[in-house]
Design a protein around this ligand. Structure first.
Ligand code: UDX
Length: 436
């Protein structure tokens, strides 16, 4: 199948590469010439495990091309829309300008029978509006096929998704869409991947509901951490114990500095904004509380650090371990780790931060912080160590070695990633989140 993928960011670049890996002929299109130039020579413009291999293989095979010209979408039968829907400045709603612009620029290049497939996360109702635009300007139709990939596992999640959702129009156009999508995802379907075929609104809602649920799960356990902090209980044991209940499950019950990234925070905000527009604000009003709990955890890490340093961080050297919003990613969008580093710097600390992959992105946003590639140099002479992204190299840090480098053996474990007993035995003052 000939496919175009419009938008080559974290989602689109992976999708385009994965589709070529599955045997399709793909053109990836983006307005960012620098990004396209890199992708065209097989180099991902961001860190994503497994992507360099799949991308290079696809480019070398001749099945994957890149372009900055939307006219190169012509000739493809299916056109995936994978552009970003960030939070609108000064508002909670999603900014749809990139989705709208990509559809408008694509319409003149669509042929009869083509299928446009939305992958971007959008407010419910967007697909119906776009379907009308496409029908008015071409002989093509629209389907909505939300993406559930996790950064760090994006290639695997795209090639072997845990489910497929097609939001399609009623009647013959919907049947045509299902047929094309089934061809595209033939490999996953042959492996018995569950498929749910819905209308547009349901498909759009599936994505935001899934992210709202995950955010709720994380903030639930972080709320329990707040209670644990005033009662002396241990939230990590609590999570283990409730997680054994199959109805609850242990995944996404990791208490700590909370969620960030390009999806969860902005998606729950856009959901509340859309629900309010629909006159159902109260139905998801709890998501505002979820957001507040989440943001309080960042403050908690800053407060714990301040307290540990004798109620002021001024002029103290704080070693910050982690900058990306989660391990195995260089993404610092709404990263709790970077936020904590910036807040501590704002309070007058001498922050030295390190991360295996996210230094360049962090420096571009916050040049005022001091960055160190080497863990050893980051730790040397520190008055306190703050772990905020649980990369394996931080999780497995040797407390004896680290203790020989720092000035004061104080650690704030913002991800509950360290073995408190082992660190204490090595002479450290250990502070976790929601655990004694
Ligand atoms: C998320 C969804 O998981 C994915 O399905 C969707 O398509 C996009 O948004 P992603 O943003 O890549 O994916 O990250 P995810 O693994 O969900 O983690 C989100 C945030 O939650 C991270 O900051 C992570 O550190 C945090 N988190 C996760 C916790 O604080 N505790 C947990 O137990 C799990």
């Amino acid at each position: 199948m000939r496919i175009s993928v419009i938008g080559c960011g974290y989602l689109g670049a992976v999708h385009a590469s994965a589709m070529a890996e599955l045997g399709h002929d793909v053109v990836g299109i983006d307005v960012d010439a620098a990004k396209i130039a890199q992708l065209a020579i097989g180099k991902p413009p961001f860190f994503e495990p497994g992507l360099p291999e799949v991308l290079r293989k696809a480019v070398n095979s001749g099945r994957l091309h890149f372009s900055t010209d939307i006219a190169d979408a012509a000739g493809s039968q299916v056109h995936f829309i994978a552009v970003g829907t960030p939070q609108k400045p000064g508002s909670y709603s999603a900014d749809l300008r990139y989705v709208d612009a990509s559809i408008e620029s694509l319409i003149p290049h669509l042929a009869d029978g083509d299928l446009v497939v939305g992958k971007s996360t959008v407010p419910v109702g967007t697909a119906a509006r776009l379907a009308e635009l496409i029908a008015a300007g071409s002989g093509a139709s629209l389907a909505w096929n939300p993406e559930f990939l996790r950064e760090g596992f994006a290639v695997q999640d795209t090639i072997s998704p845990d489910r497929l959702v097609y939001g399609v129009a009623p009647g013959a156009p919907g049947e045509h869409a299902v047929k094309l999508l089934n061809e595209i995802y033939a490999t996953a379907l042959a492996a018995d991947t569950p498929l749910v075929i819905t209308d547009y609104a349901t498909a759009e809602l599936v994505k935001v509901a899934a992210n709202a649920f995950l955010a709720t799960k994380i903030s639930f356990i972080n709320a329990m951490a707040e209670i644990a902090e005033v009662t002396g209980a241990d939230v990590t044991q609590l999570a283990d114990a409730i997680g054994y209940d199959g109805r609850i499950g242990r995944r996404f019950l990791g208490a700590g500095v909370g969620f960030g990234g390009g999806c969860l925070p902005k998606d729950i905000r856009a959901f509340t904004a859309r629900a309010e527009e629909l006159g159902r604000g109260e139905s998801v009003a709890f998501l505002k509380e979820i957001d507040k709990i989440n943001l309080r955890r960042r403050q908690r890490v800053v407060d714990l650090t301040t307290k540990a340093l004798g109620n002021t961080v001024y002029n103290a050297k704080v070693a910050v371990l982690g900058l990306s919003f989660k391990p195995h990613s260089d993404d610092v969008r709404d990263s709790p780790a970077l936020d904590v580093a910036v807040q501590l710097r704002g309070l007058g600390a001498e922050v030295v931060a390190t991360d295996p992959e996210a230094i360049a992105n962090s420096r571009a946003r916050h040049p005022q912080l001091q960055y160190e590639e080497s863990l050893e140099n980051t730790l040397r002479g520190a008055d306190a160590v703050v772990l905020v992204t649980e990369w394996p190299e931080f999780r497995h840090l040797d407390p004896v070695w680290a203790g020989s480098l720092v000035k004061t053996k104080t650690v704030i474990d913002g991800r509950n990633a360290l073995d408190a007993a082992v660190w204490r035995a090595a002479g450290w003052t250990y502070h976790g989140l929601g655990r004694p």
